[in-house]
Ligand binder design. Sequence first.
Ligand code: MF3
Ligand code: CO
Ligand code: CO
Length: 270
Amino acid sequence: MDETNRGRLTKDGIRIHDQDDFGGMARAGALAASILDDLAPLVVPGTTTGALDRAIEEAVEAAGATSATIGYKGYRHASCISVNHVVCHGIPGDKVLKDGDILNVDVTVIVDGWYGDTSRMFVAGKLSRKSERLLDVTHDALMLGIEAVKPGATFGDIGHAIQSYVEAQRMSVVRDFCGHGLGRVFHAPPNVLHYGRPGTGARLEEGMFFTIEPMVNLGRPETKVLADDWTAVTRDKSLSAQFEHSVGVRADGAEIFTLSPKGLFHPTYT
Ligand code: MF3
Ligand code: CO
Ligand code: CO
């Protein structure tokens, strides 16, 4: 038996982790979050997404950790950077940020074999009122999803908490991408949908680890993937936002592994 398959799987194929495993996830999550904290001052008009990615790659290396995305399915970068109408999986490169651009930066690191996966929104320069509302709703949707996490609840309860809130704000939830189990692997069961009906789906148990990472659009929910086979954009070109935490199920609710050490998770709090 190797390290990646210790412990038991539920009938839905979801791994149940033990007490020590929470400690491993907390260390990996804290590193991913602190790398995003340190990125904040670098996100200014005139910089490129490639420069931000290089800073992330250097920070991962300086910490003695490993990037989970470099080499993953042929991906070559330490982050995904998704600007404005890019929904997710934006490829860092020579794109120059301009005043008012909003961007999601998604980082996954491996520390002692454990995966810490988190993303948050940044703004280059001044945040417009319209973008601020999108960021607020997306952030609050993630936190409402996390509040639904407790043993005995279902994954449908999480999706419903997110969807019902977002749609009441007259915004839409992306259906084409979802959160995922993780731990000593990057992507594992279950698919964590950001929409759904209460009481449906697998039941949460103490010791499950997964991400919640809702993508919210100002316009319609449909996406398409560009010719580079990675970049997902909104079909109607509307603005899109995303926040992601890695969490573990405790007896009394979620433990968030990727909390920002500096309290910078939400750009309007900075
Ligand atoms: N970090 C992303 C997630 O939240 C996955 C990125 S895979 C990559 O699951 F290859 F595009 F980097
Ligand atoms: Co993820
Ligand atoms: Co991610």
